[in-house]
Design a protein around this ligand. Structure first.
Ligand SMILES: *Cc1c(COP(=O)(O)O)cnc(C)c1O
Length: 473
């Protein structure tokens, strides 16, 4: 026996009752990543104004900025790219995409768009009149902006637990029906064109809504002729949590649950860059012919002809195939399983994260992690910068910087949550990468008193988190 192995603790024997599982794929193509020196990272983050969005990808080691458009496509999707029909009108890939949307989401009409916000723009212009109020289960940055640009006002009707990072509620994406009813009484149903329901709720930490709650929202609003529009960007991930947590759904497939959710709504906007495993693409889907007609008309103005909507034929083929792959139960189990793996490692070390662990990322609670920084010093932004400095891991702020300013008063929003999102791209990183990330968070947490606050020195007018610049205090 060698001396090094004699130092190791005896390995625990496998438990025959509990088999390990692995990703339902093997790796065919690899892309090298580069680890930088501390000096290089110091320079890079300063040049980026302490905003991880402004870092160059080449200076990043493990990129957890976003799960948007960062997925690894399958060989089947890549093969589909070669079958792109790049005709200006009537591309066969459009019809395949339409067929897959109808099969898996169940809506009647499809309007392709270049990505999710293209669909949000068109939907908002079709359904919202100036002065309208749009209730939703927490805001999303681009969704709310398009509602506001169309003259509407967003109203948050999510349950209070969603704003509490320590609440273990299994469905923190649920709508508080009392808040919704109050709003309907205050403004009148005629001022509420639709309720905007996201599954899972990105800004709450990837938290799901239950089917029971969605049904209740449907029942309450249908009586008053108010539509329900889903943000279906991560609906398949939401369906996984329903399967795992909601009584009566354990034996149902992801695909069945997604169909059932869509059946409680009138349409959806979709960023295919998330669930659907593509690098670019999106769509709007509706059941109502009049809404479809108007949307199909507007798509020509803002995106492209109604049979491509800003996507190449090959892009539409990749989305069509990605939709089918996203609904596979073994895919979803591995996808969310990897997120849970990272989150559980951090929990075991007592690092404050949003619980329950969400579907697309682990959200560090920056307020709890950096209690010495007041919200004016942007603790989540500061934490994301510190993490990059430690290991080259790139994360993203979801706190006061993302929340922006009130459009009337110009005052900065002060959201309850100051989060740093470690977003996991689909099928891209291994468990060893997750270990490196967990260790870096642990080490930053160890030295947390040394993390400096930030001062904003440049603020763009729209969606400021993308391009704002900061200095260390
Ligand atoms: C990403 C995202 C969008 C916007 O989609 P894009 O493709 O980035 O334009 C809308 N809603 C949610 C929940 C998202 O995560």
């Amino acid at each position: 026996m060698s001396s090094s192995s004699s130092h190791r603790a005896p390995a625990p024997r496998p438990d025959p009752a509990r088999r390990s599982w692995a990703e339902p794929f093997r790796i065919k193509v690899v892309e090298p990543v580069r680890l930088t020196t501390p000096e290089q990272r110091e320079r890079a983050i300063r040049e980026a104004g302490y905003n991880t969005f402004l870092l160059k990808s080449e200076d990043v080691y493990i990129d957890l900025l976003t799960d948007s458009g960062t997925s690894a496509m399958s060989d089947w999707q890549w093969a589909g790219m070669m079958l792109g029909d790049e005709a200006y009108a009537g591309s066969r890939n459009f019809y395949h995409l339409e067929e897959m949307m109808q099969k898996y989401y169940g809506y009647r009409y499809l309007v392709p768009t270049h990505q999710g916000r293209g669909a949000e723009n068109i939907l908002s212009r079709v359904l919202i009149k100036p002065g309208d109020v749009i209730p939703g289960n927490m805001y999303f940055t681009t969704t709310r902006l398009h509602q506001e640009l169309a003259g509407g006002t967003f109203a948050d009707v999510i349950i209070d637990e969603a704003h509490d990072p320590a609440s273990l509620h299994p469905f923190k994406g649920n709508v508080d029906l009392n808040k919704l009813e109050d709003l309907m009484q205050r403004h009148g149903a005629a001022r509420i064109p639709y309720v905007s329901i996201a599954g899972t709720v990105n800004m709450a930490g990837g938290q799901p809504i239950s089917l029971e709650n969605l049904r209740q929202v449907r029942a309450l609003t249908a009586r008053h002729g108010i539509k329900v529009i889903l943000d279906a960007t991560r609906l398949a991930e939401n369906a996984y949590f329903i399967q795992q947590r909601e009584p009566g759904y354990a034996a149902r497939s992801i695909a069945e649950i997604v169909r059932e959710m869509c059946a409680q709504s009138d349409g959806c906007t979709m960023s295919a860059k998330k669930d659907s495993l593509v690098n670019i693409g999106g769509f709007l889907a509706v059941n109502d012919w009049e809404v479809f007609e108007e949307a199909r008309n507007l798509v020509v103005v803002y995106e492209g002809l109604h049979t491509y909507g800003g996507m190449a034929g090959r892009d539409m083929e990749a989305v069509a195939r990605g939709i089918a792959e996203s609904m596979q139960d073994d895919h979803m189990r591995a996808r969310v399983g990897q997120v849970l793996y990272l989150g559980n490692r951090l929990l075991a070390w007592g690092i404050p994260i949003v619980q329950p662990i969400g579907g697309h990322g682990v959200f560090l609670d920056a307020r709890a992690l950096l209690p010495h920084l007041p919200q004016e010093q942007y603790p989540a932004q500061a934490l994301a910068a510190a993490l990059y400095l430690d290991s080259g891991v790139r994360a993203m702020e979801r706190g006061a910087v993302s929340a922006g300013r009130n459009k009337e008063t110009g005052e900065e929003y002060r959201p309850k949550l100051e989060l740093v999102r470690l977003t996991i791209p689909r099928r891209v990183y291994t468990q060893a990468h997750m270990d490196v990330v967990a260790e870096s968070v642990y080490l930053v947490h160890e030295r947390r008193e040394q993390v400096p606050g930030l001062r904003m020195v440049y603020e763009p007018k729209y969606l400021r988190f993308f391009q704002a610049r900061f200095e260390a205090r």
